[in-house]
Design a protein around this ligand. Structure first.
Ligand SMILES: C[S@@+](CC[C@H](N)C(=O)[O-])C[C@H]1O[C@@H](n2cnc3c(N)ncnc32)[C@H](O)[C@@H]1O
Length: 261
């Protein structure tokens, strides 16, 4: 431990909850914390962020991070030149962790911590506009982490599309990713056969009025390393060897609402 914040950061990171130990930590924070041994399930933040950087420059951008968890994308975005991030996270420990991390890293003035579940409501007239939104692995928790708990799957799917559509009024580009299992429960598949093609069809059909799909990236194992690559006939099929998480595409969507204004 080599920093006044390290002990509290470690306490908050290791506090157990549904989505704890989800994200790895950025190198800068690990260094401040003295490289603690953390048990993290791999969800390829570095590889996902690399894909984001290859797609768009974050320099001087304003960012909305919905379901920011322990801040990998929020902190990395600031470290790669974003002007400001509005971070939303409904879990107090995660949000407190990111707040203290931002102090420890000296970037607190660039991050607004919103300790709350984002409502995905249609914007008010004075809604703040964002260049980029990260909405990664949040919407399949509609009806569980947030939203009406008694909703059924069919209505939840309609609400997921509505939620994305509403963002098109105040977000220019969104990086979007979702899971195959509703509420993270493998007994409730969102799509009948659990395939990428079904998920892509669901998004393409659902959001076509409000969003243009500019890219779809799919993880591939390239010589033992995971790399997000353009969707193609080679990587589009469900690949059970990679596990559920690495079958989730990342969609890059551009708002038609904002570009038509
Ligand atoms: C499965 S994790 C994904 C974390 C991160 N976005 C990623 O892909 O690495 C979902 C996170 O979003 C939070 N969450 C779920 N619904 C949310 C909402 N409506 N607003 C803000 N946070 C939310 C959860 O508490 C959890 O930390």
């Amino acid at each position: 431990m080599n920093n006044q914040f390290s002990e509290e950061l470690l306490r908050l990171y290791t506090a157990k909850s549904k989505h704890s130990a989800y994200q790895q930590l950025p190198e800068s924070l690990l260094s401040i914390m003295g490289y603690p041994r953390l048990e993290v399930v791999r969800r390829y933040e570095k590889e996902r962020f690399e894909f984001i950087l290859e797609s768009f420059s974050l320099a001087h951008s304003s960012i909305l991070d919905i379901g920011g968890n322990t801040g990998y994308f929020t902190i990395s975005a600031i470290e790669h030149g974003a002007d400001h991030v509005d971070y939303y996270e409904g879990n107090d420990n995660h949000a407190n962790f990111v707040y203290i991390a931002s102090l420890a890293l000296g970037i607190a003035e660039k991050i607004k911590i919103n300790k709350q579940y984002f409502g995905f409501k249609l914007n008010a007239v004075d809604q703040k506009q964002y260049d980029i939104c990260f909405c990664l692995n949040v919407l399949h928790h509609l009806g569980d982490d947030f939203g009406c708990q008694s909703i059924g799957l069919s209505n939840a799917k309609t609400k997921m599309i509505e939620s994305l559509d509403n963002l098109a009024y105040y977000v220019n580009v969104i990086f979007f990713q979702m899971g195959f299992n509703w509420k993270g429960d493998r007994n409730i598949p969102i799509f009948e056969n659990g395939t990428k093609k079904e998920m892509i069809q669901f998004i393409a059909d659902g959001v076509s009025d409000k969003w243009e799909i500019v890219d779809i990236a799919i993880p591939e194992n390239v010589n033992g390393k995971i790399k997000y690559k353009k969707a193609s006939s080679e990587n589009i099929e469900r690949n059970d060897k990679l596990g559920e998480f690495l079958n989730r595409p990342i969609f890059v969507l551009k708002s038609k609402v904002i570009s038509e204004r």
